[in-house]
Design a protein around this ligand. Structure first.
Ligand code: PXL
Length: 280
């Protein structure tokens, strides 16, 4: 049976993040992606001014009520950027309704990067996100989001023991598995760490670091992770694939020299992802 993923994020029309990343990347795995848009923006909020923002809070409930009537079910529920605390509450209800025995709930607590909240996000949002993380099987924060979820100061550098302590502290919020991005071994590397609470093991996927700060790479990474999980890969394998694919997108975009606000070239590297997933 073809797997079905419910992806709850905004649509930032320009800038390749949230749904405009999730839809092509997860589809490339041969998986159906059903989008639930939380808002429509002309661009994402990172580095742009004058962007439009149409809130879809009301539509979220009426759309999912229709799906409830149809009895539609999902194998994976994947949540990302949410526009307000009210939306966090709605998403909790959606998870409550659509999570069945074998549904995997993956929460990407999208709210911050490089030590700072995104422009429309306030610190009280972290409280709501923490509650949403409690309902997840897997969470995928970056190091800044991890610090904010744990109500800690963000540091620029974390040692290996510090990273592993963060992973264990995050698992105490509830999720059985944590995929932490932005982890590095030294200044020349970057990648992610996957933690399994049941076995208390950490698996690292570390790659060479490229210059530049590209928007949307967190969503590229999490969407590739979902694609691999939907193909029944382990969280450790999926983390490796997500790091490799994201790095390939960044390398290509770096070579193209495009404005970093427009995100990475996820499209040209879709064959790489399909190859990593053993589809081609
Ligand atoms: O990539 C995360 C993200 C998603 N959606 C919107 C954003 C951002 C990051 O800035 O602004 C609207």
């Amino acid at each position: 049976m073809q797997k079905k993923v419910l992806a709850i994020h905004d649509i930032s029309c320009l800038g390749r993040c949230s749904l405009t990343a999730a839809l092509p990347i997860i589809s490339a795995a041969g998986v159906e992606v059903v989008p639930l848009p939380t808002a429509v923006l002309s661009t994402h909020t990172g580095g742009f001014t004058h962007f439009t923002f149409r809130d879809l809070t009301e539509d979220m409930t009426s759309i999912t009520k229709h799906w409830e009537m149809l009895g539609y079910q999902f194998d994976i529920i994947y949540t990302g950027y949410l526009g307000s605390l009210e939306q966090v509450d709605i998403v909790k209800h959606i998870i409550g309704h659509f999570k069945k025995e074998n549904t995997l709930v993956v929460v990407d607590p999208v709210m911050a990067d490089a030590g700072a909240y995104y422009s429309m996000i306030t610190p009280d949002f972290a409280v709501g996100m923490r509650e949403l993380c409690e309902m997840a099987d897997i969470i995928t924060p970056n190091l800044t989001e991890a610090a904010f979820l744990l109500e800690r100061e963000y540091k620029e550098h974390y040692t290996k023991p510090e990273t592993e302590e963060i992973l264990r502290a995050l698992s105490l919020l509830g999720p059985k598995k944590i995929v932490l991005s932005g982890v590095s071994a030294d200044e020349h590397t970057i990648g992610a760490a996957a933690y399994d609470k049941e076995t208390d093991t950490v698996s690292y996927a570390i790659a060479e670091k490229m210059g530049g700060f590209y928007h949307g790479t967190g969503d590229t990474f999490a969407s590739a992770l979902i694609a691999a999980l939907a193909k029944d890969m382990t969280v450790a394998e999926a983390t490796h694939i997500a790091v490799e694919y994201t790095l390939a997108c960044i390398k290509r975009t770096y070579a193209e020299g495009t404005d970093t606000r427009y995100g990475v070239d996820i499209e040209s590297e879709l064959p790489t992802l399909m190859h990593l997933l053993h589809i081609i």
